[in-house]
Design a protein around this ligand. Structure first.
Ligand code: VGL
Ligand code: ZN
Length: 231
């Protein structure tokens, strides 16, 4: 692990290495994904404190926001005779149907209470096209449109991101995998994520998939210890 190279070395060298300035990507920390919300992620609220705790360690904090029109095709209510959890095709890709959630301008789409949103330097909305869903914070599921997050990271010359938020098995996974595909170093802050788990084990399988792709999995405690030891 490169960070450890600095541990025993003196002064200037260790500062130079650790001046890497990663961006934190906070994924969909919104009311509808919290307990009591329309698409509640079990223990989703526990990620807020983790997000707040690690923000200081990042030069930039960007957020994604699930931001659907009420007529969105991923809502079971908009597909006659369908129930949440059923699978259809939408925009040419496999689509799980969800309860109505994160409708633009509604309280359910707002960021979680207590989340330090004033730290967000940019917010990228996704899922705005009624004809296709967007799990990734970078691209729609059909990969035809981009949210602007990838261009933003390219413009600022970012090479490294950390990801946390909701949900591990959907939007966090898709966002982390896309960031990795774009050539970024990606770390998943695992205690800052929770899974929907339509099937038990989906969260663990998502983490395994991210690891297999080359994403590093860390805890917030590890990240905080690493960074504070090196400046
Ligand atoms: C999400 C399902 C539908 C997520 C968003 O943020 O993981 N999951 N829309
Ligand atoms: Zn959604």
């Amino acid at each position: 692990m490169p960070g450890n190279l600095s541990a025993g070395s003196a002064g200037a060298a260790r500062v130079a290495y650790d001046l890497a300035m990663p961006t934190l990507i906070v994924v969909d920390l919104q009311n509808d994904f919290l307990p009591g919300g329309a698409l509640a992620v079990p223990h989703g609220d526990e990620t807020v404190a983790v997000a707040n705790a690690v923000m200081d360690r990042f030069t930039r904090v960007v957020a994604t926001q699930d931001w659907h029109p009420r007529a969105h095709g991923s809502f079971a209510a908009n597909q006659s005779g369908r129930a949440p959890g059923e699978v259809i095709e939408l925009g040419g890709v496999v689509q799980v149907l969800w309860p109505v959630h994160c409708v633009q301008g509604t309280p359910g789409a707002e960021f979680a209470p207590g989340l330090q949103v004033e730290r967000f330097t940019r917010v990228f909305v996704k899922g705005t096209d009624p004809g296709v869903d967007s799990y990734s914070g970078f691209f729609d599921n059909d990969r035809r449109s981009a949210t602007g997050l990838g261009d933003h990271l390219l413009e600022i010359g970012e090479t490294e991101v950390a990801v946390l938020g909701l949900a591990t098995d959907y939007c966090v996974k898709a966002t982390a995998l896309d960031a990795h595909r774009l050539g970024l170093r990606v770390r998943l802050i695992v205690d800052g994520c929770r899974a929907v788990e339509l099937q038990p084990g989906d969260g663990e399988r998502a983490i395994a998939e991210m690891l297999a792709a080359g994403i590093e999995v860390v805890t917030s405690a590890e990240l905080l210890a690493e960074r504070s030891a090196s400046v």
